[in-house]
Ligand binder design. Structure first.
Ligand code: APR
Length: 320
């Protein structure tokens, strides 16, 4: 059987890391696309030359024309600009919306059968716009945020508790921004919910509160350190996990920005929820019971996403 084709739209920091990870995992042949000439070609060649030593078989190609993404099985979109210190994800709206228009039209024309994962920020609004511009079915367009946000939460918890990251599960709902909702009672160490760990004396409540806040600010912390851009290793790894779930029909239960129609009282908006990802794309949105307090936090997050979508409609009349 021919190898799957993976198109990476945007060959910057995340795009290059995605290409490297996809090659190392032998997920398929890879096309790196960018408007910058030479960057995708150079990165593709560099990664391809690591193949003999790393021991992978994959063809890597750099491209500046959308024709090259033709027939892609998976398309991961990072095209756009990242944050600089002092900027919120929302500050990127106007610039990245224009980029989503070009990318969406490129996917519509050349890769209409792909499973599309958007990473470009502000995530929840950009994935909505990308879906509108591409016209693909909602279940085949999603955004990467929850896997990353929950990985950050898991990492901080594992360090705090001195246990393996593999044994920490975490649950994060809502938009990818300051209003995201880390759900402590659905987050566990080997099945033991975090509130029980507080009762057991393993974790102090004030430390847990601080970790929740650090998770919310996880992206900004890295922007503050890097100064010239935003995080890329963990975002790339998170999207690769989602792509692999689709390509291998793993039916993974992963949080992502999915189109929510009815569940959680949301009517047709992209927002972070737990989903099942398999060969059908976003095969299911999982609706869990929320306490009053959790629901209030989630609703606030949804309202923030809705505000950004309305702003997109204001900027780009064809979306209204
Ligand atoms: N079409 C294709 N590529 C584009 C376009 C476009 N219209 N506009 C910009 N690009 C490319 C840039 O040339 C650059 O190579 O997108 C790439 C973005 O790469 P970086 O600037 O390195 O940004 P990165 O760190 O990869 O983040 C990309 O993901 O997490 C989000 O907030 C982040 O929105 C940002 C995106």
């Amino acid at each position: 059987m021919a190898r799957p084709k993976i198109a990476l739209v945007g060959a910057g920091q995340i795009g290059g890391t995605l290409a490297h990870l996809a090659a190392l995992k032998e997920l398929g042949d890879i096309v790196l696309f960018d408007i910058a000439e030479g960057i995708p070609q150079g990165k593709a060649l560099d990664i391809a030359q690591s193949g003999p030593s790393a021991g992978f078989d994959a063809i890597l190609k750099g491209a500046n024309a959308y024709e090259e993404i033709a027939g892609a099985d998976v398309c991961i979109v990072t095209a756009g600009v990242p944050r600089k210190p002092g900027m919120s994800r929302d500050d990127l709206l106007g610039i990245n919306l224009k980029v989503m228009k070009a990318v969406g039209e490129g996917i519509r024309t050349h890769a209409p059968d792909a499973f599309v994962i958007c990473i470009t920020n502000p995530l929840d609004a950009m994935v909505w716009a990308l879906r509108e511009f591409s016209g693909l079915p909602h279940e085949r367009v999603c955004g990467m945020a929850g896997v990353l946000d929950s990985a950050r939460f898991r990492h901080f918890l594992s360090v705090e508790l001195g246990v393996s990251m593999r044994d920490v599960t975490a649950f994060v709902l809502g938009g990818h921004g300051d209003t995201m909702v880390p759900l402590v009672r659905y987050s566990t160490v080997a099945g033991i919910p975090l509130p029980d760990l507080v009762t057991m004396g393993w974790l102090k409540q004030d430390r847990l509160d601080a970790i929740v806040q650090r998770t919310r600010d996880g992206g900004a912390e890295i922007v503050g350190l890097l100064k010239t851009g935003s995080a890329y290793y963990a975002p790339a790894q998170s999207a690769i996990e989602m792509a692999e779930a689709y390509l291998k029909d793993q039916k993974r239960v992963l949080p992502c920005a999915a189109h929510v129609q009815g569940a959680y009282g949301v009517d047709g908006l992209y927002v972070g929820v737990p989903t099942v990802i398999g060969a059908g794309g976003i095969e299911r949105v999982i609706e869990i019971a929320l306490s009053e307090e959790e629901k209030a936090m989630f609703d606030k997050s949804v309202a923030a996403v809705r505000g950004l979508v309305e702003a997109c409609k204001g900027i780009e009349p064809s979306l209204a």
